[in-house]
Write a protein that binds this ligand. Sequence first.
Ligand code: NAD
Ligand code: IPM
Ligand code: MN
Length: 363
Amino acid sequence: MTSFNLLLLPGDGIGPEIMTEAKRVLDWAAAEYGVTFNVSEDLIGGCAYEKYGVPLADETLAKAKASDAVVMGSVGGPQWDGKVAYDKRPEAGLLKLRKELDVFANLRSAICFDALADASSLKRDLVAGLDILFVRELSSGVYFGNPRGIEDLPEGGRVGINTQRYTDKEIIRVARVAFEMARKRGSRVASADKANVMESGVLWREEVTKLRDAEYPDVALEHVLADNCAMQLVRAPKQYDIILTDNLFGDILSDAAAMLTGSLGMLPSASLGDGGPGLYEPVHGSAPDIAGKGVANPIAMILSMAMALRYSLGLGEAADRIEKAVDGALNAGFRTGDIMSGGMTRVGTTGMGDAILAELQKN
Ligand code: NAD
Ligand code: IPM
Ligand code: MN
């Protein structure tokens, strides 16, 4: 019997609540496809800091590296903001995990399910049928560049420093992922940078263009300045198929795109490297404002689990069926608070899990 090693890291805030629903979907896949998941659970983020004194323990990292896939909830919360050493904050654990797994390509899929076309903050005809794939560089750029820090200035006062740094190899490897994905989709890539302001953006543009010309002449490539891209995303988002961009711009643009789909609670992600375990997590955070209330939308988490099945475990059909079940639950009128609208059935986190499981049992 096929078996896989999975590490689940529910994390902080709504993380454990939404992970509970994703585990039910995993159990469905195990039974339906006759595979065994050796599931191990551990701590990351603030909860890990409370128990181990660090947001990502060495043992947890070792387990992650030995897994076929790592599925994470979310980290962070006000109880740690500004109250723990900066290198021990919950988010530092997540950044270390991404860096150590070397998952440099973060796929963030912004799909507007038909049933939610009216839940977006934009008009229905602008978002109906929307399907954008962000390919966000995840393990370099200003998030990781040196020098960094806060220093006293000799003339008095202080300075905060971060460095945007990209090597040609880092740009090429993530661009390659975007072009490969493009061949499976609409054969179009828009690459977003700030080549008008930053040398790292100039290099980004040159390397992306060179790779396209040399190896992917069949893929249409457009360069767009990141600020214009933000504007275009709210003006006419369906012009985009794949958006390739760096770590920081990708973070910001994907949150904006999330709202086009109805809610941040809808966006899953897959972070892939060169052959090692993939890391799967929703795009949203720990939502401290609704944590512990049982109202969080578990769909981004469940769709992230589906991406793990597809990209790390070779269970693409199970992933397709989970995505279809989410569509079915939405079509049947079930809504968590973040996507609620008149005439629909309001459910909590577990209720949405129930609705998706019911759809899975149907087919
Ligand atoms: P957030 O994404 O946690 O929340 C933003 C808003 O979206 C909130 O109103 C929240 O209630 C809502 N929201 C998010 N997910 C939802 C869901 N599944 N269902 C319903 N509503 C949802 O962003 P924030 O408030 O800026 O950050 C909170 C904490 O999360 C911070 O500590 C931040 O660093 C952390 N964070 C973690 C991750 C991660 O773990 N990958 C990602 C982003 C933010
Ligand atoms: C995300 C988050 C993270 C990021 C934080 C929590 C480190 O916002 O995954 O989008 O900035 O990458
Ligand atoms: Mn983010």
